[in-house]
Design a protein around this ligand. Structure first.
Ligand code: GLP
Length: 248
């Protein structure tokens, strides 16, 4: 798409977003490049400034652009967007960005669940769970460390799986017939610990994002409790919200 079509069923701001996205995808605009102003975009595409502003604001919110007071809007460093609408795994998120996902298994073992994990997985403390710690990479660059604790009947069979070259979600779904349906996830900003600094190759002052996700099967049975830490400067978490009702 390179022009805005007036008779298109797609709203104009949406069409403009696609055009701008394409410029980045095609490598025409690089991280750090200044993008045209609202006025320039509105003249070029024959749309109102409001429409141009809406497209830019959306892309700022999605992390593709960033604004600098008095200077303009720039293209962000390529960030990985983990949208919080559809339940996706790391491999899917990275592939969706056109990058190559990678995994280094740091440890994989059966361990008794501690109280907090047992509560999340709705099992009794001390029940054996499969505990997997992985370094996750995109195009060979470290992005996240994930600690997954998994509980289902015969979960010890996972010890024999090659989780360095296979996606965990895919293995669970295709080999074990576990249907992953929903997840609860919390996000929290923080600073990395020593191990995280080394594995993620970041400075101790570099912010990180901690996430905790409990994933449920179609029978609403928790199957995985994952604690992850993501490089804050490489990730954007994106969510879309709808207002249900006006304030009284
Ligand atoms: C995300 C989730 C993890 C999950 C992983 C699965 O990163 N935070 O809870 O284990 O995806 O990813 P994959 O299927 O690539 O192993």
């Amino acid at each position: 798409m390179s022009a805005i079509y007036r008779n298109s069923p797609l709203p104009r701001y949406f069409q403009l977003k696609e055009i701008l996205r394409e410029r980045i995808r095609a490598g025409e605009w690089k991280p750090g490049d200044l993008i045209p102003s609202e006025r320039e975009l509105s003249e070029k595409y024959g749309i109102s400034r409001m429409t141009a502003r809406q497209a830019i604001t959306d892309l700022v919110n999605e992390g593709l652009f960033y604004r600098e007071q008095g200077k303009g809007t720039f293209v962000s460093q390529r960030k990985i967007t983990q949208q919080l609408i559809h339940l996706t795994g790391f491999t899917e998120d990275i592939r969706a960005r056109g990058q190559q996902p990678g995994t280094k298994v740091l440890s994989a073992e059966m361990r008794p669940a501690d109280e907090a994990t047992a509560e999340k997985l709705r099992i009794s403390p001390g029940t054996m769970v499969f505990r997997l710690q992985r370094l996750r990479l995109a195009d060979g660059e470290p992005l996240a460390i994930e600690l997954s604790q998994i509980s289902f009947k015969e979960c010890e069979r996972l010890l024999d799986e090659d989780l360095e070259h296979q996606s965990l979600y895919r293995v669970l779904e295709s080999k074990y017939g576990i249907i992953l349906m929903e997840a609860d996830q919390e996000l929290e900003a923080g600073l990395p610990g020593n191990e995280e600094v080394q594995l993620l190759k970041i400075a101790p002052t570099s912010p990180v994002l901690y996430t905790r996700r409990t994933t449920y099967t179609e029978r609403n049975q928790p199957v995985e409790y994952a604690q992850s830490v993501y490089c804050g400067n490489k990730y954007t978490f994106y969510t879309h919200m709808k207002r249900e009702q006006l304030m009284p």
